[in-house]
Design a protein around this ligand. Structure first.
Ligand SMILES: [Zn+2]
Ligand SMILES: [Zn+2]
Length: 238
């Protein structure tokens, strides 16, 4: 587990093959520290690692007030129920995937994205996962365009394709895009390993390039800390 600061009030928590993110709502002109928000929760049994990450930045688990889950896949929703038990935080998801997580389901049928390496990794890491998760309560359903009053405002962008309820988030205060699994940055900026509907996923990515941001972070792969919107346009503009 490694926790890396990406921007003021933003940390990436490495949880094996997947990243989660911690946001501090602080407004540096006004507060010393603000309430914490977690974006994604890793696979099952990641809760101790996430709490250790929170403590590593000098905070405690009960400072966590919001948990946003970007989509239902078990590497993002797997420790949601456990993190809610530890913190009592409010959970947010897109309604299409909220219904799945409430039933303990974290996967719909998917196929590999184009490219040999993606196919190999998809076969190894995605196709064998059972898709079962511990059911969790989702307190608030969000949709395309929802502006969450968190950390100065987080705008939800519905980007289905990889997953029907896939959300990305724009954080204008720090000019960061949370791309989640709409795409990845593992073998350079590119598609995720698998999609429920690849053509729909491509259309969603061409929607993301309309936004302006400096940094982008991903469920899988390294952050892009500058010039990210331009890289998105070069890679995904149709
Ligand atoms: Zn996913
Ligand atoms: Zn993922």
């Amino acid at each position: 587990m490694s926790t890396t600061q990406i921007a003021e009030g933003l940390w990436q928590i490495g949880l094996g093959p997947v990243n989660a993110f911690l946001l501090d709502s602080l407004d540096s002109a006004r507060d010393k520290q603000g309430e914490l928000t977690l974006i994604d929760t890793g696979v099952a049994k990641s809760e101790e690692k996430i709490v250790a990450a929170i403590e590593s930045i000098g905070r405690k688990a009960t400072d966590l007030k919001h948990i946003i889950v970007t989509h239902c896949h078990p590497d993002h929703s797997g420790s949601l129920a456990a993190m809610k038990r530890k913190t009592g935080a409010v959970a947010y998801m897109h309604r299409d995937d909220a219904a799945m997580v409430r039933r303990g389901e974290g996967k719909r049928p998917m196929t590999a994205a184009p490219g040999l390496m993606r196919k190999v990794f998809f076969t190894l890491f995605v196709s064998f996962s059972s898709g079962k998760i511990e059911p969790a309560v989702i307190d608030r359903e969000i949709d395309d365009g929802t502006e969450l009053p968190i950390a100065g405002g987080l705008k939800a962008i519905h980007v289905p394709g990889h997953c029907a309820g896939q959300l990305a988030f724009l954080w204008p205060r720090r000019r960061v895009l949370f791309a989640a699994d709409a795409c990845s940055n593992m073998m350079g900026l590119g598609y995720s390993l698998g999609y429920e509907d690849f053509a729909l996923g491509q259309r969603a990515l061409s929607k993301l390039v309309a936004f302006d941001f400096d940094a982008a972070v991903f469920g899988h792969g390294a952050p892009i800390t500058s010039g990210a919107a331009q890289k998105f346009r070069q890679t995904f503009a149709s």
